[in-house]
Design a protein around this ligand. Sequence first.
Ligand SMILES: [Zn+2]
Length: 854
Amino acid sequence: MPGTNLTREEARTRAALLHVDAYEIELDLSSAREGGTFRSTTVVRFTAAETGAATFIDLVAPAVTEIVLNGRALPLENFADSRIALPDLAAENELRVVADCAYTNTGEGLHRFVDPADGETYLYTQFEVPDARRVFANFEQPDLKAAFAFTVTAPAGWVVVSNSPTPEPTGEGDTRVWTFEPTPRMSTYITALIAGPYVGVFDSYDNGAQHVPFGVYCRPSLREFLDADAIFAVTRQGFDYFQEKFDFPYPFAKYDQLFVPEFNAGAMENAGAVTFRDQYVFRSKVTDASYEARAATILHELAHMWFGDLVTMEWWNDLWLNESFATFAEVVCQAEAPGSKWPHSWTTFANQMKTWAYRQDQLPSTHPIMAEINDLEDVQVNFDGITYAKGASVLKQLVAYVGQDAFFQGVRAYFKRHAWGNTRLADLLGALEEASGRDLRTWSEAWLETAGINVLRPALEVAEDGTISSFAVLQEAPALPAGARGEAVLRPHRIAVGLYELVDGSLVRTERIELDVDGARTEVPQLTGRARPAVLLLNDDDLSYAKVRLDADSLAVVTEHLGDFADSLPRALCWASAWDMTRDGELATRDYLSLALSGLRRESDIGVVQSVQRQVKLALDVYADPAWRETGLQRWAAAAETALREAPAGSDHQLAWARTLAAVARTDGQLDLLAGLLDGTETVEGLAVDTELRWTLLVRLAATGRADEAAIEAELVRDNTSSGQEHAATCRAARPTAEAKAAAWASVVDSDALTNYVQEAVIAGFQQADQRELINGYAEKYFASVKQVWETRSHEISQQIIGGLYPSYAVSQSTLDATDAWLASADPAPALRRQVIEARAGVERALKAQSADR
Ligand SMILES: [Zn+2]
């Protein structure tokens, strides 16, 4: 997007020149119900290290009507390319900017949403990375912290929430004015404003001397589903745990959590005013995995109040550390906090975060965790599996390396030393070195400045009498994809080796050895002379970040007994290993399906069950030999139907199998069952066919030509909500006709009228694995339009289209060739190129896996 970038060099220069004291920001949102634009007035006071120097302030707005610097009006032409040029600075400056800013429908800046359930308008801001400038003029970089005082004019009767506690509004007539107290010094990207007829539920955290007011908000149409007590309970657990571990009191005046519509991410750590996607207010039955994920998100954002908000990265190259710390903190809190409902959180971490990280780290776009972030475009595509998931995995490894007590000791010193300031990675590592006495420079180089995944393999020799005569851990350098940045190196790994035996049908750990692996071969003399166990598991407890392979005998036991591990974590590690081998073409899709069919019968962890179900579907859709694919899909669908009927009534497993069947149903009998569940002529005991499940069934019926426009419209009448509209959009785009596909395509590519959520829903409906003959022809159109999409749409919107509409189901050499031809001729910007290359890698991998399945 030309004209909206900011380079690191520019940010450095500006930070060296300026010290920002305070902002006063007046926003007139009395136009909110009509939309369009709103009046934004910023007064900012700042000092300059050099008088006479020039700088600029950031603003993305349709119009600027006034620029006054130190009492002198500047020409409005100073506003160009999303900046206002500020010449001839004094030592102390006061700048006033008046602008007309725009409401958005993309989830960036000030998002405006009208709820079909009540016709009311709801607003919220989302500013990370550089979108506060869409709402008020500011110096948009994390190390120019300041105090922010917001004054907001909005319709009477509205609820207005920001970082500071909500004041009593003043005024009369149709509007009111809320005058907020200034915030503590903070970065622009964590300021926030949420406004509309939201409803709130209130509580507080009280701990002797400390009183922190709590609020939880959502739209009135979701109020009946808001389980505020459960949300408060997790929040309180986090307050107890983090305040003790960080030895630093919660730094803001209150803690509000707001569930808002059409939110792009999971949540955002605005200081004291955290926003969440409102699918986290569950309006239909969900499995325990969803409650666990919501609790994890709540704890993640809370951890950011210290790590990120109180102490903030100087520049976006340390985004990974910000996110990894919050992710680590969320999991360790769930694992250890007294009364936690999810003490198995490291299983979920292995199952989800690790899988994401391993996937991302094998893409051609992989990069060292410490990425070069030269400008804003770099950071916007870097909210990836390296930043969140590999970073958190490596942080877990760092904690194993220095020890958890030393880790938190270092963290405590870090918060005290840098409170309200900005830091670099070296500040944290320095504090950890002091606390642990371990030199982290070598560790940091090997883990943070290189890319890829090491492979750990056991080298096992067993004597005739069945005892181990030698055992070593072999380490391989990462196989980096062609063109990937970074060097392939061996790394120091702190790992555990688990020894498992079959006891009464269960695989039970009988011994655990923890050791440092370094170099290509690490001997483990402790095991010499012992009887060979049934299973030898490397990287047990998932301390390190590595692909792990099993020796042949252990693999045979695991293949037969995967479901029999007594603990969920080794099961998750073995599931992950099998999936990894399938993706790598080392295990045929049909064998992975067999493993899943036998192992899932005994898998109790619902999060793992749901992951494996998704992975099986993906494998069948793109990794299976096309000649066998339909056979595999039929086996999977039949197994899902059986499992649905056999699962305990009302259980999470039952719901998960119902969704799985809905995704794959193909015989007349299966589709009749879906239709019968929907119209009530069929029932499965204990299965609640509620609002969300109804839509899940209807999507499949629409995609298979068994539900027409009238059926979709009738369902929308039953569920006339924004979620209902999104599901209806998916159903319409999923219909198996050329007209439906053309309409879906045009609504996304040729028009920008759809909101972020409806667009996502249309893309999901368009891309149906069973409709290859209808959709594969769009590859040509894709390449003809993708560059223009990138250049004309916002970041979030274009990212959805570029990844979402790529011909991923056209697994063929010609798709690769078409992609390569486009890459060669279109000369795409690096961030666009990266997204297309990642999509291409999926097809390349699928081709390889298909030949392994043949
Ligand atoms: Zn985060």
